[in-house]
Design a protein around this ligand. Structure first.
Ligand SMILES: [Zn+2]
Length: 299
C-alpha cells in the first residue's frame, strides 16, 4: 500500500478517502457535503476547499497531526507506517535514517504520532477480565529518597494498572498502587457482575461484593485455577517493559502514559494487517501536539 502512495497528491487523496469517505467535512462548522467548493490555484486543484455553509477554507489536514507541518505527507505516512508495523517500536535515531530527516525532527514526529494512540480501540469489560498492576520505569537508586521527579535523570518506577478482556488491553497510570485506586478503576470500567481475575494481593479483596472475583494465588505457586489466570495481562507487562528498555531505554514518568498507549495499541491490533493498522491510525489522527507544548512537558 505504501508503494502506491508515491506523490504528495496520492497521500492527500488517500487521507481524504480515509477521513471523509467521499464527503468532505468542514472542520470549522462540521458540515458534511460532497459539494463544498473546490478552490483552484492557477487552474489546479490542490486540496483546498471552501465550506458551502460557513464559507471558511480548509484542507484535509486541518485539525490533524499533519497540520502546518513542514514535513510532507509522504514522509509522515512512511513514519507512521514504520511505527505501527514495528512490533517493538522504533527509536528516533532509526527513524531519522529510514525517512531521511534529522534526529530532532524524527523525535518530534514520533512524539506526535505516539500522542495519538490512546482510545483507538474501545475495550468492553463485560466478560472475563484480568486485572493487574505493575511498576514501569527505571530502577530506583539505592538510598535515593527523592520523591519528586526531576526530568530524565530521575529513575523512578511508576505504578500502572491494567485490565485485559477478550484479548484487548487497557492501561492507566495510577498515583499509587493502593487497593482503593485499583478498585475505583475497576468499578468505573468493568460491568457489574462480570468475572474479575486477579492475583492474591490483598488490595483486591472486597471485589466479590460487585463482581465474581477469582483469585489466582501466585505466592502459593498457583498460576491457573479452575481455568482462570492472569497470564495474558502479565504477558503484556513484559512486552511493555522489554519494549521500553530495549528501544527507548528510559521514559520520563510524565510521558509513560503515551508509551503504555503505544504498546496497548500494538497489542490490541495484533490481528490486523500492517495496512489496516495504518488506516485505523489515519482515520483518527487529530490530536496535534505542538512542539512547544512537547518540550515544555518534557522538562
Ligand atoms: Zn463550514
Amino acid at each position: 500500500m505504501i508503494e502506491k502512495l508515491q506523490s504528495e497528491e496520492d497521500c492527500r487523496l488517500f487521507l481524504e478517502d480515509v477521513r471523509w469517505q467521499g464527503k468532505p467535512i468542514c472542520p470549522h462548522c462540521g458540515s458534511i457535503n460532497e459539494k463544498h467548493y473546490r478552490l483552484t490555484t492557477n487552474g489546479v486543484f490542490k486540496g483546498l476547499y471552501k465550506c458551502k455553509d460557513c464559507r471558511e477554507r480548509f484542507t484535509v489536514t486541518v485539525g490533524t497531526i499533519f497540520e502546518s507541518s513542514h514535513i510532507g505527507l509522504k514522509k509522515w505516512f512512511l513514519a507512521i507506517y514504520i511505527f505501527v508495523s514495528h512490533k517493538k517500536g522504533i527509536s528516533s535515531v532509526q527513524l531519522s535514517k529510514d525517512i531521511n530527516v534529522t534526529q530532532k525532527t524524527a523525535w518530534f514526529m514520533l512524539s506526535r504520532i505516539r500522542h495519538n494512540f490512546y482510545n483507538k480501540i474501545k475495550v468492553k469489560f463485560d466478560n472475563r477480565t484480568q486485572a493487574d498492576e505493575t511498576y514501569v520505569g527505571g530502577k530506583k537508586r539505592k538510598g535515593d529518597k527523592r520523591k519528586k521527579t526531576q526530568g530524565r535523570s530521575t529513575l523512578i518506577k511508576v505504578p500502572v494498572m491494567g485490565l485485559l478482556s477478550d484479548g484487548k488491553v487497557y492501561t492507566e497510570i495510577i498515583p499509587k498502587a493502593s487497593g482503593w485506586v485499583l478498585k475505583t478503576i475497576i468499578n468505573r470500567l468493568v460491568k457489574q457482575g462480570s468475572v474479575i481475575v486477579t492475583d492474591g494481593w490483598k488490595g483486591y479483596s472486597g471485589l466479590s461484593k460487585d463482581f465474581i472475583h477469582k483469585v489466582v494465588d501466585h505466592s502459593h505457586g498457583q498460576y491457573v485455577k479452575d481455568g482462570f489466570h492472569t497470564n495474558s495481562i502479565e504477558g503484556f507487562w513484559s512486552q511493555l517493559k522489554r519494549g521500553i528498555l530495549g528501544i527507548y531505554h528510559l521514559v520520563s514518568p510524565k510521558h509513560l502514559h503515551a508509551y503504555c498507549d503505544e504498546f496497548a495499541y500494538r497489542y490490541n491490533t495484533r490481528d490486523m494487517s500492517d495496512g489496516e493498522r495504518f488506516e485505523l491510525f489515519l482515520s483518527g489522527c487529530t490530536d496535534r501536539l505542538k512542539y512547544k507544548e512537547l518540550i515544555w512537558n518534557w522538562i
